[in-house]
Design a protein around this ligand. Sequence first.
Ligand code: VAH
Length: 314
Amino acid sequence: MKRILVTGAKGQIGSELTVALREKYGEENVVAADIQKPDAAFEESGPFRVLDVLIPEAIQCAIKDFEIDTIFHLAAILSANGEKRPEFCWRTNMGGTMNILELSVKNNIEKVILPSSMAVWGKGVERENTPQESILKPTSMYGITKVAGELLCDYYYSKFDLDCRGLRYPGIISYETLPGGGTTDYAVEIFYEAIKKKHYNCFLTEDTMLPMMYMPDCLNATISLAEANIGNLTYHGDFNVAAFSFTPKQLAEAIKKYIPDFTIEYNPDYRQEIADSWPRTIDDSAARKEWGWKPQYDIDSMTKDMIEKLSAKL
Ligand code: VAH
């Protein structure tokens, strides 16, 4: 991995993954790409390309211009936004992924990281300690695109010998960039509202347990998988990874340790149905065994760090 392209680089994960990769591989060796134009700070921090992943010629130019050998493809429409415009979600997520895979084969790209998501699960699956091997029948368009992405990852690996890897992200919590249209976004919004208003109107019920992960662990998992020896990997595009699970009520209790007069109300909306189709806890033993995955944060250390960093930022 010497010359890296990150698509979706202005997104919640992409923006921090770009910074982490630049710290490790050098600013000039990590090209941030997004359909949105960069702000001045982003543009000054290293190479940037405005890139629509639905235009193959644009991807081809970026690969050639920057001599790319590794691609982290983060550009995607997430679960909640995907239900508002399912056709657009399919076209964007699948069109972008196919372009990235086809051009990676054409340009002999060494490695492609195609993130998946716990959204791949749906009906007929054990929701406690959901196993690595299980039925994949998602009920969201986003989840359908993530199952298709996992299958494409394995297909391009076996048919074209393309080193293609992916991990099933749980909900990711961070303070740098607001998340964009996911069902787990409540676990980020709640911190902003707790600090600014000491109250949060939650769009999920108080007992909706979901697997979550703090951003530093997400970045560590993504880069560790990317750097793992392919010969040690039984799985490729669909590693389960998890850190901790909580309900909105449990998260509110953790926040109250730092903001005692914080209050919360629960008014579930359309995202409740999506959340109810996802696991409550996940078995990530394969990732732990095959590439040494081990989260560093739990709900308390994440909450402490989020409140400290976000209070300073706000
Ligand atoms: C979402 N944050 O809510 C994303 C993620 C599993 C959750 O894929 O859509």
